[in-house]
Design a protein around this ligand. Structure first.
Ligand code: PLP
Ligand code: LYS
Length: 429
């Protein structure tokens, strides 16, 4: 079975990997490496796959995508999704500022996260976000007082922790009892009753997000049923819910995983909600990875091939600071030579970066026929790639480009070394 996922937006033509119509080697030559490369077509197609379920054939909207921008928050990507009609799911005032800078509307923003500061609440209330997804009584109390001091009512929903196993990596499951996220299932009704008493909060919805890189639909159905049951109980207590936010988390294929297709996934959940008698609710999806993950790759150049005693190393110019998913979760990303090289023998390598950590690896035990100077593409890197990158070892973060047909647009310039310490000062003598 192939270890390479089937990709939209990237393909091999004339023995060379292309992003849409552009050879990756031309991108490396013009912009250098490491560089993140995104396909506009793949981004748009993924978004439209959600829209195909969110909008009925008669044009009536039954759900809306609120893109979880933590997955990739480049302004060009936010702008593209905003133009396609997306709302956004944010977790910081920084993300809110990005949405506004990219032309998104605050009234299509939901604000998630367990630790919103007073300043962040103030900024979001002033901007006029659609909803705060709250995760504790102390957070509710703080928001009530911040809203009161501004003389406004904060629209709120509570994030339910349904205690459902999403069957994913333990670091990225969020809806289990032991996780820091959400309000314990048994406490939800009484927390809503507390919220209903807060004069500066207005209950508008209910929210749930059980984890990330989920490849089966059954954990969603379990969580959904638990949340629908809560909505019924709330109704009986006189608390009306207008929207149901099902969170994000749909997985992608990094190698041979087989998650449900986006439209099928969204339709199944929407149909289930309708069949249980909740068709009147506005539904929100918060996808991140499934919109951007397979619409991006990381282009890198081989610096050295280093034979080792037990392993051979392929040392490249990208590192864990550029893509930390392998180091952090032992995540698999397919890695392919940009052009086939008939001069080189196939050898099994660990693909590693120049950083001073043994954990600085991008792929393990990969057979590659390559030479120094060849370029590699690290696939499925569009989600949680650039956004989780750092300046460790005083390495400037990578450039980002978006390909649109035969055109390549630089959407983030490579960081210069001087910019990395521009805000630092030495002590006076
Ligand atoms: C609250 C919330 N919503 C949405 C997402 C998006 O998740 P994913 O990228 O897995 O779709 C996340 C991240 O897991 C999240 O924490
Ligand atoms: N950063 C994780 C996903 C976390 C999702 C955020 N709640 C990843 O790369 O897979």
């Amino acid at each position: 079975m192939s270890l390479i996922p089937s990709l939209n937006g990237f393909c091999i033509k004339d023995q060379e990997w292309h992003a849409e119509n552009v050879p990756l080697s031309a991108i490396a030559q013009k912009f250098g490496t490491p560089t993140y490369v995104y396909s506009k077509q793949a981004l748009s197609d993924a978004f439209n796959s959600y829209e195909a379920a969110c909008v009925r054939p008669n044009g009536e909207r039954r759900a809306r995508v609120h893109y979880a921008m933590k997955a990739n928050s480049n302004l060009a990507i936010l702008n593209l999704f905003a133009k396609l009609g997306a709302g956004f799911d944010i977790v910081s005032a920084g993300e809110l500022a990005r949405v506004l800078a990219a032309g998104g509307s605050a009234n299509k923003v939901v604000f998630s996260g367990v630790g919103k500061s007073t300043e962040e609440m103030t900024a979001a209330l002033k901007a006029g976000v659609k909803c705060f997804n709250l995760e504790s009584i102390p957070e509710l109390t703080r928001l009530n007082s911040v809203a009161g001091s501004l003389g406004v009512k904060a629209p709120i929903s509570l994030r339910v922790n349904p205690d459902v196993d999403p069957k994913t990596h333990p670091y990225i499951s969020t809806g289990l009892k032991g996780n820091k996220f959400g309000i314990a299932y048994d406490d939800v009704i009484k927390t809503y009753q507390e919220a209903a008493k807060m004069p500066h909060c207005q209950i508008v919805g209910i929210d749930c997000h059980i984890g990330s890189q989920i490849t089966e639909i059954s954990p969603y159905m379990d969580a959904l049923d638990r949340v629908l049951d809560l909505i019924k109980q709330l109704d009986a207590c006189g608390i009306k819910i207008h929207h149901l936010d099902i969170g994000g988390g749909l997985g992608i294929s990094y190698t041979n995983e087989t998650p449900p297709a986006i439209t099928e996934f969204a339709n199944t959940l929407l149909n289930h909600i309708e069949s249980k008698g909740f068709g009147h609710l506005e539904v929100l999806f918060e996808p991140g990875r499934s919109l951007v993950g397979n619409a991006g790759l990381l282009l890198t150049t081989i610096e050295y091939l280093k034979p080792g005693e037990t392993k051979n190393f392929c040392i490249v110019d990208a590192a864990m600071n550029d893509l930390m998913r392998p180091a952090m979760y032992e995540a698999f990303h397919a890695i392919v030579p940009v052009k086939s090289n008939s001069n080189a023998p196939a050898v099994t390598y660990d693909i590693v970066g120049p950083i001073c950590e043994s954990g600085d690896w991008l792929g393990r035990d990969r057979s590659l026929a390559v030479e120094p100077g060849d370029q590699l593409a690290i696939l499925s890197a569009g989600a949680y790639g650039f956004t989780m990158s750092s300046n460790y070892n005083t390495r400037g973060r990578a450039a980002e480009v978006m390909v649109d047909g035969s055109q390549v647009h630089l959407i983030r310039a490579r960081e210069t070394i001087e910019s990395l310490f521009a805000n630092e000062k030495v002590l006076p003598d």
